[in-house]
Design a binder for this molecule. Structure first.
Ligand code: NAD
Length: 428
């Protein structure tokens, strides 16, 4: 029996792989520390609005298919809802609910004036043409139009969506409004009201979180070997920036497997290979590993930057890293968390570690509304200031309450939302 399966009965009853339950579990622990009353917990836990839409689309071969889409607005006490849209075959409502709630806490941790939302469409982008993706995106946008808007809900990219997807959403929304409204989405192309530095922002935030965490452990970048799961926007760019800082990137993966070189990978060459071939497989000057073998590698830092539930009760005992930086949302289950905490592994939680993306999304929204655009240096230095400040606040909270960085981050986030809730009260 692994350590994780020996935890208390309440944990054992939980569905370990349900992201919304995982979020609720962390929320409860932090709420206990804050002594929150049950009614307030209910208000903050419950998503404010959940929309499910049917998306009929004419396919390239003339047939018609109906896709299913969701948009969940978890909480808008601190401002418009903010959160990405994910296209994937396994999207489900509890996942979107969890991701929306994590956005509420994430925006609060970095103190940007947004609430939390998230969207998803059940589809397999690999099997769809660009035209089909465009028609899905536009019809999905039209179906959720009534709850979108720069002051209501501002989507962004997530897994399998990108700048082009955001341009289609912006255009669809604008055509219905009869005016160009760039601030309705972030993560847009630069010449459509995007922000400099947005594409790299989440990876940059991961790099900053890693640096700040290593400082608390007295470790230098050139002393650390890093393993990165996922090589997309977060993992690929995060690994490149860490490589530039002097870390040895021992291994990086995609959904088909991992590459490994104990001397350190040449990250610009790896990313050029990936861009050219579409997958890491076949990359020379590296051994090839399965995803499971990769997570068990000897390393100092592990950065899960792919998807949820990657470190769980069955594999947590094999994880050897001293530090985990959660680039992805929800990559560690609550059961695995407990084991890592007991072993003294530092975990910089998703709602802090990957908050660089939403921070620069906030900058993008501000720039769109001002109609005045900042230099990349200004964007990066403001991001740096916010990430370093948020890391130090969460670190201080975790020390003050004698808890993990994750619980510290939730305490910090919930406190800010509760303060606003008590000021605003219940509208009746
Ligand atoms: P992406 O689509 O750009 O990249 C995802 C990467 O993960 C790809 O390399 C893919 O091959 C890989 N992958 C998918 N499933 C995998 C698996 N089971 N095992 C190993 N690799 C796998 O997505 P992204 O934008 O980089 O997002 C990654 C994670 O980061 C998600 O959890 C997302 O919610 C989170 N996130 C993204 C942003 C952002 O700005 N893009 C911001 C905050 C959080």
């Amino acid at each position: 029996m692994s350590n994780a399966t020996a935890v208390d009965a309440a944990d054992a009853k939980m569905d370990e792989f349900n992201p919304f339950q995982a979020m609720a579990k962390r929320f409860e622990v932090a709420s206990d520390h804050l002594g929150l009353e049950p009614g307030v917990r209910d208000v903050l836990r419950t998503p404010d609005r959940e929309l499910t839409v049917a998306i009929p689309v004419e396919m390239d071969d003339g047939s018609i298919r109906v896709f299913k889409g969701y948009r969940v607005q978890h909480n808008f006490l601190r401002g418009p809802c903010k959160g990405g849209i994910r296209f994937a075959p396994n999207v489900h409502l509890d996942e979107v609910r969890a991701l929306a709630a994590w956005m509420t806490w994430k925006c609060s941790v970095v103190d940007v004036p947004f609430g939390g939302g998230k969207g998803g469409v059940i589809c397999n982008p690999i099997e769809l043409s660009t035209g089909e993706l465009e028609r899905i995106t536009r019809r999905y946008t039209a179906s959720i139009l009534d709850i979108l808007g720069p002051d209501r809900d501002v989507p962004a990219p997530d897994m399998n969506t990108n700048e082009q997807t955001m341009a289609w959403i912006m255009d669809t929304y604008s055509m219905h409004q009869r005016r160009t409204s760039t601030a309705v989405v972030t993560g847009k192309p630069l010449n459509l009201g995007g922000s400099r530095g947005r594409r790299e922002a989440t990876g940059r935030g991961v790099m900053i979180s890693c640096r700040e965490a290593l400082k608390t452990m007295g470790l230098q970048p050139n002393e650390t070997g890093v393993v990165v799961q996922g090589s997309g926007n977060v993992g690929g760019i995060g690994a490149l920036l860490l490589h530039r800082e002097g870390h040895r990137i021992l291994s990086i993966s995609d959904m088909y497997g991992a590459i490994y070189n104990e001397k350190g990978l040449d990250m610009p060459a790896v990313l050029a290979w990936l861009k050219d071939k579409g997958r890491l497989e076949g990359y020379p000057e590296a051994d090839h590993l399965t995803s499971a073998e990769q997570l068990a590698l000897e390393c100092d830092v592990l950065i899960p930057a792919a998807t949820e539930n990657q470190i769980h009760s069955e594999n947590v005992d094999q994880v050897k890293a001293k530090l985990i930086i959660e680039g992805a949302n929800g990559p560690t289950t609550a059961l695995a968390d407990k084991v890592l905490e007991d072993r003294g592994v530092m975990v910089v939680p998703d709602i802090l570690a990957n908050a660089g993306g939403v921070t620069v999304s906030y900058f993008e929204w501000v720039q769109d509304r001002m109609g005045y655009f900042w230099t990349e240096e200004i964007v990066n230095s403001r991001l740096e200031q916010i990430m370093v400040g948020a890391f130090s606040e969460v670190y201080a909270k975790s020390k003050e309450h004698g808890v993990s960085m994750r619980t510290g981050a939730y305490i910090q986030a919930i406190e800010r939302v509760v303060t606003v809730y008590r000021m605003r009260g219940i509208f009746a």
